[in-house]
Every structure is written in C-alpha cells, then in structure tokens.
Write a protein that binds this ligand. Structure first.
Ligand SMILES: [Zn+2]
Length: 246
C-alpha cells in the first residue's frame, strides 16, 4: 500500500507515474522504491544552480531513478552522495573537465550532462537530460543512473575505478575479467552495443555506462553482453531484463 511518507510530497505518485520504468515494477517493489526515494529526499542536500528552482517534480524524478539502482542493495550504499545540485540544462565546461568523473571529457567548451565528485562531493545533474531519460526510457542513456553509479563505485575506497564493493556476491577476479574484456574492446574501437563508446574513457566510465545499459536497455544488454549482464545482475541483485519493459 502506497502512502505519503515524511519526505515525499503530495502528488508524488503522479510524478512517479510519469517515470517510464515505474510501471514495470511490482507493487511491493514500488513500495520499496517509494521508501528509498523518501529517504533520499530527507537525507541528502538538494539544491538548484543559479536562477533555477527545485520543484517536487525535479527531486522526486531524480530520487526515484536513483532508488532503482539500490533496490537490491542497501539504501545507505549512497552514503557517498552528500548533495545533489540540479542545473536546468547541460553545464558549459571550459578548459579541463571540471570533475574527476564528468559526463564528457574534452578540452574545449563542452556540455556536461552530469558530474559525480569524489570525497563525498556533490552530484551534479542537468534537468533537461534527466527528464528526457525519465519520460523516454529504453534509449540507453540515463544521466541519473550514470552519476549515481559513480557514487556506488566510490563506496568504501572513495576511488572510482570501475569496481564497486562486490560484497562477496561475485568473485572479484571474475568481475574484472568480464569487465576488462568489454572495456578493452571499446578501447580498441570495437562497437559493442548497447554500451556507449564513452565507456572506453576509463574503467570508472565503463562501469557507469554499463549501469546505464543494465537499467535502461536491460534486454539488449542481456542479449549482446550476457556475461556482463550476469555480473551486473549479481552485483545489483536485480534482473531488470526479466521485468515488463516500458
Ligand atoms: Zn561518468
């Protein structure tokens, strides 16, 4: 039974209903997602950049998609997330990329869709990209999945190295073998759909990109990259390909 919780605003169900993946979860899963969303709204610092203003639509849409990542994990696995700062659209980043883990790497003026800073630094998101992915799932791009995945990667060691805390669920050597094979192929310029080419940047970006595919185009990933899908399923303790699809 869904009901209003302390951090969830009135009307949150309608906002959740516009997130494409919401309808793919069972009632029990929706209740769990609502609980995690509520926790994120109450325990994280939410802020809008510049002249932008936060709305319930913005915070609930972001928190709910982040909640999907930890549905099979502990909510506290997001303890590296201190603050979420939302920009109306892609931030222009001049010179060297602003963060260690940015959405785009370039040395020119480039649009950055999101960033996840280390050492409990803020997570930065572009709202237009966030809402587009939320309302039109299945394209393999989701900046919320991407940036929150970096924060899971940083858990315990504060290092984004492409290997999150595996918790004994996967043999680390097996994880590394599977991920390295796909990462090396991307680096060599091979096309490995549905993985985005940006995953070739470094192992941390590979994990973030793989997470986007795992949650946003799970059946495609399971079909094209079954070994990678299996290690991600073991890590996240979810089987999104088995769910109804949006
Ligand atoms: Zn990234």
């Amino acid at each position: 039974m869904l009901h209003r919780r302390h951090g969830l605003p009135d009307g949150w169900e309608a906002i959740a209903g516009r997130v494409g993946w919401w309808h793919c979860f069972t009632a029990d899963e929706q209740a769990a997602l609502a609980e995690i969303t509520d926790w994120l709204l109450r325990h994280k610092h939410w802020e809008a950049a510049h002249d932008f203003a936060l709305t319930d639509e913005i915070t609930v849409t972001i928190a709910l998609q982040a909640a999907m990542l930890v549905l099979g994990l502990a909510t506290d696995d997001f303890r590296e997330v201190s603050a979420i700062i939302v920009y109306p659209s892609a931030m222009q980043s001049g010179g060297v990329s602003a963060g260690p883990i940015s959405g785009t790497v370039s040395d020119g003026m480039i649009p950055v869709l999101g960033e996840a800073h280390s050492s409990r630094g803020p997570l930065i998101l572009a709202w237009d990209e966030t809402i587009a992915a939320a309302h039109h799932p299945g394209r393999g791009h989701n900046v919320v999945f991407h940036e929150f995945a970096h924060k899971l990667d940083m858990l315990f060691d504060d290092i984004a190295d492409g290997t999150p805390h595996l918790g004994g669920r996967i043999e680390p050597a097996h994880w590394v073998t599977v991920c390295t094979e796909a990462f090396d192929a991307l680096q060599a310029g091979h096309h490995r759909p549905p993985l985005q080419e940006y995953g070739a940047t470094n192992p941390a970006e590979f994990f973030a990109v793989a997470t986007e595919s795992f949650f946003d185009v799970p059946r495609s990933l399971a079909h094209h990259e079954p070994k990678l899908y299996d290690v991600l399923r073991a890590y996240y303790q979810q089987d999104p390909a088995a769910r109804p699809q949006p």
